[in-house]
Design a protein around this ligand. Sequence first.
Ligand code: GRF
Length: 212
Amino acid sequence: MGKQKRFRIGVLGSGKGSNLVAIADACRAGRIPGDIAIVLSDVQDAGILRHASEREIPHQFIPPGPFRTKLDETAERAFISVLNQAAVDLVALAGFMRILRGDFLRAFPERVVNVHPSLLPSFPGLEAWRQALDYGVKVTGCTVHLVDQGIDTGPILTQEAVPVLENDTAASLHERIQKAEWRIYPETIAGLLEGRIPIRGRQTGSKASSPP
Ligand code: GRF
């Protein structure tokens, strides 16, 4: 029997990197049929780079340029070029704090995914767990979605609900949501790579394959 292709994943993050760890563990355990080919960060001392280094995963800091919420053109080109050199099949954002626009998304069509700490379309943007707590919802959760040009607006791939408990603080709620992220993000990445999540516009997964 021929050797099964192992997919190559690029991970981009700006923060502590717990989702990178979950994805790396899933690759190692065979729950994702692939490997992390490269980890990139716009933050030189980000935890995600440290986790990559500890696991001997290739990693690199790329200076983002002068803007606070996006990459400048040179930086965006550098991100694209390193990901292409690494021959990635999928780009997974894991706490990457900059908006990616046209050129980047066109370089990896329907191949950039993100995990967001709320049940989208509720609470897009920053600190979604705090937004949920302040709003007073009783259930929130996390969402894995394809990245488009908007902020947390791309087609939804998977979601997991997480209850908001009576005595929750922002920190305790975020922690419970992250545990759900560590479950659904690797699972969704595996599903996408294995072609188990068809995408037809906003209709994804099993819904996409049902007759109209
Ligand atoms: C996660 O909560 C994710 O939903 C959000 O950024 C956070 C990243 O956490 N997009 P980590 O760096 O993976 O621990």
